[in-house]
Design a protein around this ligand. Structure first.
Ligand code: PGA
Length: 250
């Protein structure tokens, strides 16, 4: 039985002091929760001051695939490993869109992160153009097959997948309907089953998840958790959405 995964990516927000206060307060406000795995993904500059507390994993937002080298401005898996992090987020739509990350890059990153013992939260999701042409399923299948190419089954228990339709993310995003989410989730599970037949890989959902829609997503049997952006940017927002989702799931 998997826990319910619930976390947030702070993107390019927060100083180290703000991240530390968030972690502290979240820990205090969630001590009663069982069967829930929380995670926070702050900016790199906040990471050295944060220690995982109880059920709260700490993750990085990105990494290079090389251990070291002439890559100004990049952070390596060895550096993240040395911080004792729990998780690295790879392939977020903003990385793909603004920084040109391809599925081929992500394949190198996924393998490097797993080789360093890190957990990987891999994001997949179709763009608005993919949606227009009804190739959501083809897109996520392709993203998974390339990003997970040659990943060894022995490492697969450290993989989580986040389905985030690109058109649903951020202030311009539209929340996706439950049938649309289900349609693509079926393909994600089918592709993961094809690649790793005996593995149980958690699949979580993100993209404009908020107080109004979290309950209907949380009840989907094909989902193992939620990945929330703006609505979880404050500790109160995080905890309110989390508790509403858990209440709906129960
Ligand atoms: P959002 O962000 O909830 O603000 O749309 C989600 C994400 O980027 O993962």
């Amino acid at each position: 039985m998997l826990p319910f995964y619930f976390g947030t990516n702070f993107k390019m927000h927060q100083t180290p002091a703000v991240s530390a206060a968030f972690l502290h307060d979240l820990h205090q406000l969630t001590t009663d929760l069982d069967s829930t795995q929380l995670f926070l993904i702050p900016p790199f500059t906040s990471l050295p001051g944060l220690q995982a507390k109880g059920r709260i994993w700490i993750g990085a937002q990105n990494m290079h695939f090389a251990d070291e080298g002439e890559y100004t401005g990049e952070i390596s898996p060895a550096m993240l490993d040395a911080l004792g992090l729990d998780l690295v987020l790879l392939g977020h739509a903003e990385r793909r869109r603004h920084f040109g990350e391809t599925d081929e890059h992500l394949n190198c990153k996924v393998k490097a992160a797993l080789a360093h013992g890190l957990r990987v939260l891999l994001c997949v999701g179709e763009t608005a153009t993919d949606k227009y042409y009804h190739v959501e399923r083809e897109t996520v299948a392709r993203q998974l097959k390339i990003a997970l190419h040659d990943v060894t089954p022995a490492d697969i228990d450290r993989l989580l997948v986040a389905y985030e339709p690109v058109w649903s993310i951020g202030t311009d995003g539209q929340p996706a309907t439950v049938p649309a989410v289900t349609h693509t989730l079926e393909q994600i599970h089918a592709t993961l089953g094809e690649l790793f037949p005996s593995a149980i890989i958690p699949v979580i959902y993100g993209g404009s998840v908020n107080m109004d829609n979290c309950a209907e997503y949380a009840t989907l049997p094909l989902l193992d958790g939620l990945f929330v952006g703006r609505a979880a940017r404050t500790v109160d927002g995080f905890v309110q959405v989390l508790r509403r989702a858990l209440g709906a799931r129960a």
